[in-house]
Design a protein around this ligand. Structure first.
Ligand code: CMP
Length: 140
């Protein structure tokens, strides 16, 4: 199977605890290659736009507040079946439900401060990558 791409965010709870390298190592050990990466302070407008799909959910306001509470690392990951591979190594959204050995089981603090985001489909991955990266920033 050919390599595909997915989009990942290392969230403020993880950057605050200096876990960028530890999380990235788990992604790499899962067979994913970081082909683009940048540490940014997300603006409120960016966070609101990125999570627009959740805007009617009760947790939307807190989610946006959390995502702008500190730096994040946005990444493009490449690998065989990258979306699924990334979701498998991330584990369930709620760390209480995540399996042993996953990033969220190992590092997440709560369902909100859950250390990582990963795209849930190839279509969303393409849109999320475009939201943060120009094509010439991605080097495979
Ligand atoms: P993420 O993959 O970034 O996509 C939406 C985020 O909303 C999710 O991870 C969670 O961190 C966050 N979130 C906060 N509260 C909830 C909740 N009650 N249910 C689902 N997601 C939540």
């Amino acid at each position: 199977m050919a390599a595909t791409r997915t989009f990942s965010i290392i969230k403020p709870d993880a950057t605050r605890r200096n876990l960028t390298g530890a999380v990235t190592k788990m992604l790499e050990d899962a067979g994913l290659r970081v082909v683009a990466s940048k540490r940014i302070q997300m603006s409120r407008e960016q966070a609101e736009g990125f999570y627009e799909v959740h805007k009617d959910r009760p947790f939307y306001g807190e989610l946006v507040d959390f995502m702008v509470s500190g730096p994040v690392v946005v990444q493009v990951l490449e690998g065989e079946d990258a979306v699924k591979r990334n979701r498998d190594v991330m584990g369930a959204t709620n760390p209480a439900d995540a399996e042993e050995g996953t990033i969220r089981k190992t590092y997440a603090e709560s369902i909100e401060a859950n250390s990582v985001h990963g795209s849930d489909s190839d279509e969303n991955a393409a849109n999320e990558i475009k939201f943060f990266f120009d094509e010439d920033e991605i080097v495979g």
